[in-house]
Write a protein that binds this ligand. Structure first.
Ligand SMILES: Nc1ncnc2c1ncn2[C@@H]1O[C@H](COP(=O)(O)OP(=O)(O)OP(=O)(O)O)[C@@H](O)[C@H]1O
Length: 275
């Protein structure tokens, strides 16, 4: 059953001339319109996410992954946005929804894990406080119940519970990532969008954080969109994968199929450069 779908998702930065999309993309080999200089960060991307599945979005830096993640997570961002985002249980195109609908969706059903820790956490607050803030904002009244939920998520995600009241700025990078994940999961959303979840972590810490996320994601049956330049991340987490280049999806399919039998030359290049 589809929980989140995007159709024709497009984001342009600049003052578009009308020819930007036909003059950019994979065939043109660029994302910057030669006529007017507008950046076509992503264009005409359509996708569906089923309940409980993980969809990977992979591509080199600048291919449009974060722009797509922001559209899916209903972050307004800069630039001109177009297309439609639908979410199970909500009416209409959510890119055009009002502030209250977006807030309700973000508090209850859809969470974004930002690429940069500072965009996702208030580092001077306690780790537990960063996580508790979300259910309290969503209207939860019992402080004790919230604290218990935070404690249990810390345990699941392997953040030391005895550090819960320490400022997040005193945590290691791996712990801060885990707290970000706890914050995303605390309201039991149906979908989590993770933008480059391993930025700033060394390889062994990356693997541990991703393993923990995969286990908790399966236990909770939460769907996820995982955006990464790193094929290793997508290989570990994603059931299906989209490959992006110059703002367009150039290949899509089951992750195993893409890794074993990549059709597009760019995907082959990505795989070869990883091995
Ligand atoms: N606010 C902005 N103003 C102008 N151009 C932007 C803006 N944000 C992104 N871009 C451009 O849009 C294109 C896509 O950027 P985006 O961040 O979506 O790609 P990405 O694949 O996530 O890259 P990265 O992995 O480096 O974050 C890039 O060419 C980028 O320079």
């Amino acid at each position: 059953m589809t929980v989140l779908s995007g159709t024709g998702l497009t984001r342009l930065y600049g003052d578009p001339c009308g020819d930007c999309e036909s003059l950019t993309g994979d065939d043109a080999g660029r994302n910057r319109c030669p006529a007017c200089g507008t950046i076509v960060a992503c264009a005409d991307v359509s996708l569906d996410i089923e309940r409980g599945e993980v969809l990977g979005v992979v591509g080199e830096s600048g291919s449009g992954k974060s722009s797509l993640a922001e559209l899916l997570a209903l972050e307004r961002g800069e630039g001109h946005s177009r297309g439609s985002v639908r979410f199970d249980g909500y009416e209409g195109n959510l890119l055009e929804s009002d502030y209250d609908t977006r807030t309700r969706l973000r508090n209850d059903d859809l969470a974004l894990v930002h690429q940069h820790i500072r965009d996702g956490l208030t580092l001077s607050f306690s780790g537990g406080g960063n996580v508790a803030e979300k259910p309290l904002a969503a209207g939860e009244r019992s402080f004790e119940a919230v604290r218990e939920r935070v404690r249990s998520l810390f345990e699941q995600l392997e953040v030391p519970v005895d550090r819960m009241d320490d400022p997040a700025e005193t945590y290691s990078g791996g712990m801060q990532r885990r707290v970000q994940l706890a914050r995303a999961l605390v309201t039991d959303p149906a979908v989590v969008v993770l933008d480059e979840p391993t930025t700033g972590l060394d390889v062994s810490v990356q693997a541990r954080v991703l393993d923990t996320f995969r286990r908790v994601q399966r236990e909770r049956g939460v769907a996820a969109v995982v955006v990464s330049h790193d094929l290793g991340v997508v290989r570990l987490l994603a059931d299906r994968t989209l490959v992006m280049r110059h703002g367009r999806v150039v290949e899509r399919g089951l992750t195993d199929r893409i890794l074993e039998d990549p059709h597009h030359a760019y995907t082959q290049q990505l795989i070869n450069s990883t091995l």
